[in-house]
Design a protein around this ligand. Structure first.
Ligand code: ADP
Length: 449
């Protein structure tokens, strides 16, 4: 087992990892930027090192500074959290060459799954349904046109190296397709340093269903059920639930088996997520695999009782899984809201600044994962997640009621947050009935592409 882990991240996920390490008797090192000197993760870790300026490129993405911090503090593992360097194959390789365990998959698996086209190709060969579309990067306008006409509009243009909901355009006709190609390629080059894009069928009104995978280094692989992440805005998740009201036992078993098969095909060892889009008629397609712990992991913890961060650390240390698929049972319902520093009444514009009043909900069925408190200055440099509010109950209805009263208790002032939007959603009868699709928020707010 590890004796000391450096947490190469900030905010709530750094706090989450440090807490798990403490409970496992592992010492921790926090890294921080000049903007995060007073961060909770800095206070909770056993040691802390400043790795650079406020911008992510100067600090949380600054590989030489992070590796130096790891060497100076003599750690034997690095936990990357999510975002930042968590899916950077080059960083994983450097860690290995310095004899420090990267707490995540091999650089090979990161590279393979980081390329959506390569991942789709592998899944097709493994017998997993993929969204119809091009199997290689688009080379010309004609190439794109032929694909779109073959699979029929609407189509979606996607960046092969895409992530975080960026680098995607929906098109309903040839004219839009040409524009989308150009803007997507430019955005992909600027954001991911890779301009490869592809075209696939745009599914209308699907649900986003993802399966949590857990695998050890000997190849034992299980799934921990699904998360329903259908409530999104601009392809970014806002609410996640486990389980999904769209799945029955039979469909859960089928999708779960395919998710495990997908993980095994990529020789995957650690925690990961296999993402699918599910149509109303029960057909579903693989879209991608995420090779890291995800923001929404607490809802799976809520229904399985398994601590995913501790399992991830155990797997990285070479321990074996110790249980089989049949040993895993799902109980109750858990829902998570991402409380972001954004103004939902003004196009979700960022809302950094000082939090003067902070009053967090609690009580039965509530978990809040956060790094903020009264007096905290929300920096403008990073993503806007302030807190994850997770409500649990025996049934979906009970979890929704717990969430409603927790949202009523939650006060974060004077900055703008997504709390009022969530209050609106949890009052909506359509949401209560579970009649949701990835277009739900657009419809609720009267937006759309
Ligand atoms: P990212 O890697 O940026 O998160 P994903 O491929 O995981 O991108 O897709 C994110 C979201 O975009 C999905 O949950 C879904 O809402 C939407 N999306 C992606 N592909 C399609 C598709 N073919 N049809 C309809 N929606 C899609």
């Amino acid at each position: 087992m590890f004796s000391k882990i450096l947490v190469a991240n900030r905010a709530e996920i750094a706090v989450r990892v440090i807490r798990a390490c403490k409970e496992m008797g592992i010492r921790t090192v926090a890294i921080y930027s000049e903007a995060d000197r007073n961060g909770l993760h800095v206070r909770l870790a056993d040691e802390a090192i400043c790795v650079g300026g406020p911008k992510a490129e100067q600090s949380y993405l600054n590989i030489p500074a992070i590796v130096s911090a790891a060497e100076i503090t003599d750690v034997d593992g690095i936990h990357p959290g999510y975002g930042f360097l968590s899916q950077n194959a080059h960083f994983a390789e450097i860690c290995e060459s310095c004899n420090i365990t990267f707490i995540g998959p091999s650089s090979r698996a990161i590279r393979l799954m980081g390329d959506k086209l390569a991942a789709k190709d592998l899944m097709r060969k493994t017998g997993i349904p993929i969204v119809p579309g091009s199997m290689t990067a688009i080379k010309s306008k004609e190439d794109a046109l032929n694909t779109a006409r073959r699979i029929r509009y609407p189509v979606i243009v996607k960046a092969a190296a895409g992530g975080g909901g960026r680098g995607m355009r929906i098109c309903h006709n040839d004219g839009r397709l040409f524009n989308a190609l150009m803007t997507c390629q430019a955005e992909a080059e600027a954001s991911f340093g890779n301009s490869d894009v592809f075209v696939e069928k745009y599914l209308e009104e699907p649900r986003h269903i993802e399966f949590q995978i857990l695998a050890d280094k000997s190849g034992h692989t299980v799934h921990l059920g699904e998360r329903d992440c259908t409530i999104q805005r601009r392809h970014q998740k806002l609410i996640e639930e486990a389980p999904s009201s769209a799945l029955d036992t039979k469909l859960r078993r089928k999708m779960g088996e395919l998710a495990v098969r997908a993980a095994k095909a990529s020789e995957y060892a650690t925690v990961g997520t296999v993402e699918f889009l599910l149509n109303r008629d029960g057909t579903f397609y693989f879209i991608e695999m995420n090779t890291r712990i995800q923001v929404e992991h607490p809802v799976t913890e809520g229904v399985t009782g398994i601590d995913l961060i501790k399992e991830q650390i155990r797997m990285a240390a070479g321990e074996s899984l110790g249980y089989k698929q049949d040993d895993i049972s799902l109980e109750g319902w858990a829902i998570e809201c991402r409380i972001n520093a954004e103004d939902p009444t003004n196009g979700f514009s960022p809302s950094p600044g000082r939090i003067v009043t902070y009053c967090q909900p609690g009580g039965r069925g509530i978990r809040v994962d956060t790094h903020v408190c009264a007096g905290y200055d929300v920096p403008p440099y990073y993503d806007s997640l302030l807190a994850k509010l997770i409500a649990s109950g025996e049934t979906r209805q009970e979890a929704i009621r717990v969430m409603q009263r927790a949202l009523d208790e939650f006060i974060i002032e004077p900055i703008r947050t997504t709390i009022p939007l969530f209050r609106q959603i949890f009052r909506d009868p359509t949401f209560w009935r579970g009649q949701i699709s990835t277009n739900y928020i657009d419809r609720l707010l009267g937006e759309g592409e």
